[in-house]
Design a protein around this ligand. Structure first.
Ligand code: 5GP
Ligand code: MN
Length: 359
């Protein structure tokens, strides 16, 4: 017993570091960063907490290294991420193309965070790819694409923020992280795991959390800011979706919800206000798959598809096969070009094709 206690009393921070890069790779990584003068950090379209968290953590860490970097995302991120330290300086490409294009053109190094394919930049892809400078990917999605000179990809990790945690830790930064950096890293991990309720069973995640706590994060406040904050509009929409729109196909253990732009206007909600709602039906007994279709507010004729599942139902396979998308086993996304009716027909076909999985 006393041995156990003394183990706890003297945590060896170095012991649990997952070495993601060998010394030569670290040298190359830091060399690329130190040589660059205009670093641009990019993350995926519809940026989530991990995309924003990892981008901002990188920006703060670079600032501490004496490097100013810009964070550029393809479109707006939800209100419940606006509190994150540095969020006010993020450049949004959509509707500001003329201002942001020169930033992409001038970059002499891209850090690609939480993103495995340039297609995930949507309309920003062309301007991003047009600048042929070095790119470093830091990510946790499966199947990293071949568009970066350096790829730090760990699909076994719960979030890009976890990858960054290990990387910074390995570089001896664990004792130097600022509360801002630590807050961004924690928020990203928390968002991608539903506050550590899924994809979060690896013990080392909690080593990371322990390290971040020691750097001064207020984890309860971060939780409240992200998961326990909603506009009245969002709450009302939630009620409407559950009461009016939710359709359950019992024999397939599947639920479907749809949201049109007319409904969005009625409830005065923006794109990000629907974040997380796709998860709600999964609390129903025996539900395995939840499908949420939303008309895109920015591109007419585009239906955004969100898939969430429990257990081993492969959302990513269904998303790739039917919805031009992909993602993780239990959380994926994609799209249908057409009307909501068109999208519902594709959904019907997808459910039938996966009937065996949904029995
Ligand atoms: P969401 O439903 O929140 O839009 O997406 C859930 C997850 O699926 C995202 O975190 C992302 O990893 C993945 N995802 C969403 N859309 C796409 C897509 O078009 N392609 C790929 N490869 N992954 C996607
Ligand atoms: Mn992520």
């Amino acid at each position: 017993m006393s041995l156990l206690l003394s183990n706890f009393a003297t945590p060896n921070r170095e012991k649990n570091v997952e070495r993601l890069l060998d010394d030569t790779q670290i040298e190359r990584f830091l060399g690329m960063i130190d040589e660059a003068k205009r670093i641009v950090i990019c993350a995926h379209v519809n940026p989530d907490g991990d995309a924003i968290g990892s981008s901002l953590a990188l920006k703060h860490w670079l600032a501490r290294r004496g490097k100013e970097a810009q964070v550029v995302v393809p479109n707006m991120f939800p209100d419940f991420l606006q509190w994150m330290p540095g969020a006010q300086d993020i450049r949004v490409y959509f509707k500001h193309e003329e201002e942001v294009r020169p930033v992409l053109e001038a970059a002499d190094l891209f850090l690609v965070a939480d993103m495995n394919e340039p297609g995930r930049l949507r309309e920003m892809e062309t301007d991003f790819m047009a600048n042929d400078v070095s790119r470093i990917m830091i990510d946790h999605h499966l199947n990293p694409g071949d568009f970066c000179q350096m790829v730090i990809s760990h699909p076994e990790m719960c979030a890009t923020c976890e990858v960054l945690c290990h990387l910074l830790w390995q570089m001896g930064e664990a004792e130097r992280l600022t509360p801002e950096e630590a807050t961004c890293l924690y928020a990203g991990m928390m968002c991608d795991t539903g506050a550590f309720t899924y994809a979060s069973g690896r013990a080392v995640i909690y080593e990371c959390i322990s390290m971040l706590l020691s750097r001064g994060i207020d984890k309860d406040r971060i939780y409240r800011k992200v998961f326990y904050t909603a506009s009245l509009a969002r709450l009302r929409l939630q009620g409407y979706l559950l009461y009016v729109k939710l359709r359950v196909i019992r024999e397939r253990h599947t639920s479907i919800m749809t949201l049109t732009n007319v409904e969005r206007q009625r409830f005065k909600v923006k794109n990000g206000d629907t974040e997380g709602m796709v998860n709600m039906p999964l609390v129903i007994h025996k539900m395995r798959l939840s499908i949420f279709l939303t008309e895109d507010t920015e591109q007419p004729g585009l239906i955004k598809v969100s898939l969430r599942s429990v257990d081993n139902f492969p959302c990513n396979k269904m998303a790739a096969e039917f919805f031009e998308g992909g993602g993780h086993l239990n959380a994926s996304g994609g799209r249908v070009h057409g009307t909501m009716e068109d999208a519902l027909q594709v959904v019907d076909r997808a459910i039938e094709a996966y009937a065996k999985w949904l029995a």
